[in-house]
Write a new protein. Structure first.
Length: 166
């Protein structure tokens, strides 16, 4: 089995809605264990999206995730070029602001797809985003994944595939 590459919303949605840090200790202990075991990773762009609030989630990540959890995405520029070209080719569908956001160098979405694309056989994206192919004002991760046959799952499906409970 490969590795699961978690999107920013894996952490943010869990912290804000489903599994608050002050209540759902077993969830966060499981996340820490999976990270230490190398079963889940993320990329530097996701770190940038999480480490911009100076909040409890950022503090938890700094203390509990391995130092090498957030992988460098600078080596996937060829794949990022493919993802960018795909998005631009959809300019007749997506609104300019949607494309600008998706292609923003500080945003994680296009980079996380590129990172998974660089090792298709061994990387699965974990995101809370759902496919909305008719949506014009946001390029969703699932649409880019579908275009490149990149596998993606939500958090619960990741736990099922890993055979994990908490």
């Amino acid at each position: 089995m490969g590795v699961f590459v978690v999107d920013s919303n894996f952490f943010i949605e869990a912290h804000r809605n489903s599994y608050p840090l002050d209540i759902a200790f077993s969830f966060w202990n499981k996340v820490k264990q999976l990270a230490e075991d190398g079963k889940i990773i993320s990329i530097d762009k996701v770190r940038g999206e999480i480490y911009d609030k100076n909040d409890a989630l950022e503090a938890w990540c700094i203390v509990n995730l391995p130092e090498d959890f957030f992988k460098d995405s600078s080596h996937v520029m060829a794949e990022y070029g493919q993802v960018s070209a795909w998005a631009i080719s959809k300019s007749d569908h997506y609104l300019p602001n949607a494309l600008n956001e998706f292609l923003d160098a500080e945003e994680a979405d296009a980079f996380i797809v590129a990172y998974a694309l660089s090792d298709l056989a061994n990387r699965v994206i974990v995101t809370h985003e759902k496919s909305e192919p008719n949506r014009r004002n946001k390029v969703k991760i699932p649409e880019a994944c579908n275009a490149f046959n990149v596998l993606f799952v939500n958090t619960i499906e990741m736990f099922r595939q890993l055979g994990e409970t908490f």
